[in-house]
Design a protein around this ligand. Structure first.
Ligand code: AMP
Ligand code: MG
Length: 267
């Protein structure tokens, strides 16, 4: 379950050789949907338990090219979870205040507290992705960031956070299709921006910087998975499996109740 699509720490990632299409388990979408629904319900129970235990937290990092499915993943995978237990943070172009600080400042503030699931829609990785492609800072600034990110994530895990990172891997063709849908469907037009086409033209540059980030920053404590994401049903199932499997392994416990509750009689 965990090894499928995992970037083994220390390996050099070649995205062109990694599948964007359903692969690994369940080629059949009906079986996949059934399993996904069960996992989604279990995720809700596990989140309740994580919250009740109140000693640990989970951080889910999502990265993808435009139209890669970050929003859809959040909507579908967390559909059943109590909204009080999940906090989603979307990282946009940094504000002036954010730019006046180090690149992890805004990120650290958004990390989950005890009992919570934090979801990052984009993340600190933008600071070694778009920042490199658009040459926003020079190499002597971005180069050391890989090590800083690894140390930062080590700090989080040492403080009781389980960190899971997913790159939603779509093909250039699938992106074209999804952009076209956004143009054709009036209710989706708002999602389209001309800037997305510039980024599409820079696709090879993005693949190269993603490969560096995935290669340098998939660690034992905070691994990356490259999820085939051309089919939404497969993407959702693959991620739900890893989330549920991870929470199961945490062997969550309910805190001990107060003593003597059996004797209580409510008048
Ligand atoms: P969207 O996810 O479509 O709302 O777009 C958010 C935009 O913010 C994307 O184009 C990102 O590349 C950009 N962005 C996010 N973080 C950073 C960052 N640290 N530096 C520059 N641009 C960023
Ligand atoms: Mg966008």
């Amino acid at each position: 379950m965990f090894d499928t699509h995992l970037v083994k720490p220390g390996t050099a990632v070649r995205l062109a050789e990694m599948p964007t299409e359903a692969s690994g388990f369940h080629d059949d979408r009906d079986t996949a949907r059934d399993e996904f629904r069960e996992l989604r319900a279990e995720l809700a129970d596990l989140q309740y338990n994580l919250y009740a235990e109140g000693r640990r937290k989970l951080l889910v990092v999502l990265q993808a090219m435009d139209a890669g499915g970050k929003d859809g993943t959040i909507r579908k995978v967390f559909e059943r979870v109590n909204p009080q237990g999940v906090r989603v943070t979307s990282f946009k172009v940094p504000s002036a205040e954010e730019l006046a600080h180090d690149f992890l400042w805004r990120i650290h503030k958004a990390t989950p507290a005890n009992g919570m699931i934090g979801v990052f829609n984009r993340s600190h990785y933008e600071d070694v992705l778009v920042v490199r492609v658009d040459r926003i800072v020079p190499e002597e600034i971005w180069r050391p960031r890989y090590a800083m990110i690894n140390e930062f994530e080590r700090l989080l895990t040492a403080s009781g956070t389980t960190v899971l990172k997913f790159f939603l891997h779509i093909s250039l063709d699938e992106q074209k299709q999804r952009f076209q849908d956004r143009l054709d469907e009036p209710s989706k037009r708002w999602k389209f921006s001309r800037g997305d086409l510039d980024k599409r033209r820079q696709w090879p540059d993005y693949m190269a910087v993603y490969e560096d980030a995935l290669s340098h920053c998939s660690t034992e404590q905070a691994p990356w998975w490259v999820i085939p994401a051309d089919q939404k049903w497969y993407r959702n199932l693959a991620i739900a499996r890893i989330l549920v499997g991870t929470l199961r392994r945490m062997e969550l416990d309910f805190p001990d109740p107060e003593e003597g509750l059996d004797e209580i009689r409510i008048e």
